[in-house]
Write a protein that binds this ligand. Structure first.
Ligand SMILES: N[C@@H](CCC(=O)N[C@@H](CS)C(=O)NCC(=O)O)C(=O)O
Length: 199
């Protein structure tokens, strides 16, 4: 199994966490997408990481889809639920975390790609509102999370690390102290700590 990566991508990190949780961490051959001779666009027309190639040569794009595949072939409890209702609930929560991360990435790109005069304050505010509302919902849902590290904890950890890394919502800990406390504990879990990108 080959995983095309960028070492700092939050989407790649999520896939790596899930691969380890499913007992597949050692089977992943990681290839840096930016390495000389690597043509990721030949595999994935979107040219994005993570891009994944199964042992049978099937190409999978999109972090959530790759995680679902790893969940199917790996060992241990099913991360996407045992029945259709549980699965739908987890997919919905995963979509929420993905939406938060997408908004954080959008803020980051707006600031990185445009000088202060070119930045759209309205666009940034719109993304910020998604962060505010998304984290509020995630905090509300914490009570329903299982104890054991799973897909949603991994998704939240990757989003929150990115938010901190790029300072896209600096007051989130003040706004959501319960989430902040929960995340501080999650960061102590060895797999979460080990996969944090080195800044
Ligand atoms: N929705 C995708 C997002 C992947 C994504 O945006 N990856 C970024 C790196 S963090 C990327 O490859 N960007 C390069 C580009 O857009 O050309 C997923 O969840 O896998």
């Amino acid at each position: 199994m080959r995983l095309f990566i960028s070492p700092i991508s939050p989407f790649v990190r999520k896939v790596e966490i899930i691969a380890h949780l499913k007992g597949l961490g050692d089977r992943l051959e990681k290839v840096k997408a930016r390495d000389v001779g690597v043509d990721i666009a030949a595999l994935n027309p979107l040219g994005k990481v993570p891009t994944f190639v199964t042992d049978e040569g099937e190409v999978l794009i999109e972090s959530g889809l790759i995680c679902q595949y790893l969940d199917e072939i790996g060992t241990g409890p099913r991360l996407y639920g045992e029945d259709a209702t549980a699965r739908r609930h987890i997919l919905q929560q995963e979509a929420l975390a993905q939406g938060v991360l997408d908004a954080a990435v959008a803020c980051r790109m707006e600031v990185r790609e445009h000088g202060p005069e070119q930045q759209s304050a309205a666009w940034l505010e719109r993304q910020h509102q998604k962060l505010v509302a998304g984290l509020r919902e995630i905090e509300k849902n914490l009570a329903h999370l299982p104890e054991q590290l799973g897909l949603l904890q991994a998704s939240y950890a990757c989003a929150l690390f990115f938010i901190d890394q790029h300072k896209v919502y600096e007051s989130w800990r003040t706004d959501y102290p319960h989430l902040a406390n929960w995340y501080a504990n999650l960061r102590q879990v060895p797999l979460i700590a080990k996969t944090e990108p080195k800044l």
